[in-house]
Design a protein around this ligand. Structure first.
Ligand SMILES: Nc1ncnc2c1ncn2[C@@H]1O[C@H](COP(=O)(O)OP(=O)(O)OP(=O)(O)O)[C@@H](O)[C@H]1O
Ligand SMILES: [Mg+2]
Length: 442
């Protein structure tokens, strides 16, 4: 069951917001040689401590808008305020030192070690060495990388997801109130992406910065964004609202189409692991005598044991039988352990189960410690509930509601194009669905 003492849901009232508001006023960008502006007169207000996701088709002006906020691109017209301060005329170099910026694949300096990358801006700001070293260690821990292992590595000797986390750490180095991210998770696989998203949510829960993130993916936008900004060509605002509202009330046909086929999926994205009942798990530490662990699991009626490290982070998830097969809990580290965060979506949980071929996932808190487990039945149950809500909105007639003969419609044929005998779906001789014999045509 969900235990309110182990979960730590976001409580906006108790957050110590360190972010600052961002306001764009009549901001316009026309690139030299272009007749049409890339961004035409944009007015936008982003609250301090919010994550806002920019989505929209390619070329609609997301990157241009983002880069105008830290003046990597100079607006042709308009004013930009950060924390109420007009930064349009500020020195762009010092402005950029106070705004974190993360790009796809981290954008790390390739010949610099991880720690040198993270310390880049603090060095410019002339922090002393000790302070930089402490900050680097804190940030590596925050993004879930072990400082002893990674501080001296070069980016090329790390995975894409790890580099991305260093990119986030570097952007946070000088503790900027605003973090800008341009498709930061575009280049990693879906499971890693889900974990990076969860990490970002956890970091944001702790630091409460103001984050603007550009993404192509509406599902990602609904997962991360307190609000989502949907743009169409020319940086035109189609809708700027919380994801639930966009799904419930798309403001224009453009939004409807953009959200379109992803809407059902996006509804599932709105349900978090923390919103469904997670089960308690029995945990054990490396080196514990197996007999005691088995008795503990039995007493709790559990068939599985989560082996955790000294921080409560999961290492393995053996069955009682597996535990019993060794005298004490082994230091085995399962590289394919299915793990999701409380902020993960039900989609993420399902993905993780499918990728590891397991019927359950372990659930961790913002620091990666195990707080429970979720099985596939619970996820399916919640998804069924969600789908029922979504489908209630349609005028779908069910088997029992159907009045005999009231709507004579032909059986639709669903078949692969290259299946012999299925060339024409309207052919009276076509076999009904589910009976793919083609003898009638032979
Ligand atoms: N340096 C430039 N010079 C001229 N035109 C540019 C320049 N940079 C971008 N553009 C144009 O401005 C428009 C907006 O580009 P922008 O990069 O902001 O789009 P985007 O929404 O980030 O797209 P994507 O999703 O593909 O990254 C596009 O039509 C693009 O071709
Ligand atoms: Mg872009």
């Amino acid at each position: 069951m969900t235990d309110s003492t182990t979960s730590s849901p976001a409580d906006p009232t108790s957050r110590n917001v360190t972010g600052e508001s961002i306001r764009l006023e009549g901001v316009m960008k026309r690139y030299r040689g272009s007749s049409e502006p890339a961004v035409a007169r944009l007015d936008l207000e982003i609250d301090a401590g919010d994550i806002v996701a920019f989505v929209g088709p390619s070329g609609c002006g997301k990157t241009t808008t983002l880069k105008m906020i830290n003046r990597l691109i100079e607006p042709t017209e308009g004013r930009i305020y950060i924390g109420g301060r007009d930064v349009t005329a500020e020195n762009p170099d010092s402005l950029r030192q106070s705004i974190g910026y993360v790009i796809q694949s981290g954008g790390l300096f390739p010949h610099w070690s991880v720690s040198k990358n993270i310390g880049a801006i603090p060095r410019i700001l002339k922090w002393d060495k000790k302070r930089i070293a402490e900050r680097t260690e804190y940030l590596l821990d925050l993004v879930g990388l072990d400082a002893a292992t990674f501080a001296d590595r070069l980016p090329k000797d790390m995975s894409g997801g790890q580099q991305q986390r260093v990119g986030v750490a570097r952007a946070l180095a000088a503790d900027p109130p605003v973090l800008l991210m341009d498709e930061p998770f575009g280049a990693v696989d879906p499971i890693t992406r889900a974990r990076l998203q969860d990490k970002l949510i956890a970091i944001q829960h702790e630091l409460a910065k103001t984050i603007v993130i550009v993404t192509h993916d509406f599902e990602e936008a609904t997962k991360l964004g307190d609000k989502v900004l949907i743009l169409s060509e020319g940086g035109r605002i189609e809708q700027f609202a919380p994801p639930e509202e966009i799904l419930a009330n798309p403001a224009s046909p453009f939004v409807e189409e953009f959200v379109g086929s992803g809407a059902t999926l996006a509804h599932l994205t709105l349900t978090r692991v923390r919103d469904v009942d997670i089960r308690d798990v029995v945990t054990a530490h490396v080196g514990e005598p197996s007999g005691a662990v088995v008795s503990r699991a039995r007493a709790a009626g559990e068939e599985w044991v989560a082996v955790v490290d000294q921080h409560g982070r999961p290492r393995a998830w053996p069955s009682i039988d597996e535990v019993r097969a060794k005298p004490e809990i082994s230091d085995y580290l399962d590289q394919r352990l299915p793990v999701v965060a409380q902020s993960s979506t039900l989609n993420d949980a399902l993905d993780s189960m499918l990728a590891t071929s397991q019927g359950g996932v372990l659930v961790t808190d913002g620091r990666g410690a195990v707080v429970g487990a979720l099985n596939i039945a619970a996820v399916m149950e919640a998804i069924r509930g969600q789908l029922a809500t979504v489908r209630d909105d349609d005028d779908h007639v069910g088997y029992l509601d159907h009045a005999e003969g009231s709507a004579p419609v032909e059986t639709p044929v669903v078949a692969a194009d290259d299946e012999p005998g299925f060339e024409s779906a309207t052919d009276a001789g076509a076999a009904p669905v589910g009976t793919p014999e083609t003898s009638a045509d032979r």
